[in-house]
Write a protein that binds this ligand. Structure first.
Ligand SMILES: [Fe+2]
Ligand SMILES: [Fe+2]
Length: 321
């Protein structure tokens, strides 16, 4: 972990931090945080910043398939929003003493912390708008929870804009899906995309609550809801939308448990070449999933290179000069 001027960094004691939180006061600056709080915050902010950032090359690749100039411009507007969201999170990391340039340009592709979903390429306009309806919905749920509940005040203020824009992104996806699903062939193509993208989103929310080891982000109120709760919140709007447009998802509502239950082995293995979940091979362990996440997906290197190559070219030029 690299912290700028870490020699002079002062942390609050755990006791001071807890009494501030118990009084209902929000945290403004790093000297009001304990070391554990700042590490928990760094973890979740890095995931958020990397997720926003890496959606940009992923969406840019798919936007080549835009059916009209207007559609292309809308996709570019969403990508511009995502880069703005990334900037908010990296800027907060910088204010906490972490090196933004290092995070952006000096990390190896496998060191980025975004969800595996953004390493799997989107190959059509249908897959892009499905990503808006499914992936941006995950962003909206996760960031909406932080916006409402976080104890870190600067992030709460920054998320006011992000929350509204994520809502626009998912509506963009829904509008296109409604239109494409009006034809039988269109609906079939959307269904094919959703077949591999829906399990991707379920995995995005992370380990089930009974398996999660690091709980400091919840106990400090950096975020408000657990992984399983957030997964259910996604299902609460994602499932009715898909049903409305005639799409099938492997999930059902359990009336007695008052929650959604998945109808496929969760988690299971993913075939990157076929873009298909190997549901027939049954459930795998979360250790296997974490191993796949850490070795990253098929487009990881290509997408990180797109972010970094201009910076590296200029650096080389300046060194020669
Ligand atoms: Fe975003
Ligand atoms: Fe978004």
């Amino acid at each position: 972990m690299k912290i700028n001027g870490s020699g002079t960094m002062r942390f609050a004691t755990e006791e001071d931090l807890r009494s501030r939180l118990e009084a209902g006061d929000l945290i403004e600056t790093s000297d009001q945080m304990s070391k554990e709080y700042i590490l928990g915050l760094k973890g979740i902010l890095t995931v958020s910043a990397d997720t926003e950032l890496m959606s940009a090359p992923s969406y840019t690749r798919a936007a080549r398939h835009a059916p009209t100039i207007n559609a292309f411009v809308s996709a570019m507007a969403i990508i511009q929003d995502e880069l703005g969201h990334a900037n908010i999170a990296y800027r907060l990391l910088e204010d906490l003493g972490f090196d933004k340039e290092d995070l952006l340009y000096e990390r190896e592709p496998h060191e980025f912390k975004h969800p595996y979903a953004f390493d799997v390429p989107l190959d059509s306009w249908v897959e892009l708008v499905c990503a808006n309806a499914l992936y941006d919905r995950a962003g909206y749920v996760l960031l909406g929870d932080i916006y409402k509940n976080t104890t870190f005040a600067p992030w709460k203020r920054g998320l006011l804009k992000v929350d509204r824009e994520e809502n626009f992104h998912l509506r963009h996806g829904e509008t296109w899906i409604r239109k494409i699903c009006q034809s039988e062939t269109g609906r079939e193509e959307v269904q094919q995309a959703v077949d591999w993208m829906f399990p991707m989103v379920m995995e995005w929310f992370g380990l089930p609550d009974d398996k999660k080891k690091h709980k400091e982000q919840l106990s400090y109120g950096i975020k408000g809801s657990s992984n399983d709760t957030l997964r259910q919140i996604w299902l609460g709007t994602g499932v009715p939308f898909c049903q409305e447009v005639g799409l099938e998802l492997p999930v059902h509502w359990n009336e007695s448990g008052q929650k959604y239950e998945l109808d496929y082995p969760f988690p299971c293995q993913f075939d990157e070449d076929e873009k298909r979940w190997l549901m027939e091979e049954g459930q795998i362990g979360w250790d296997d999933v974490i191993r796949r996440w850490k070795s990253r997906g098929p487009s990881n290197k290509e997408f990180v290179d797109q972010i970094q190559h201009g910076h590296k070219e200029l650096q080389a030029l300046m060194e020669v000069a």
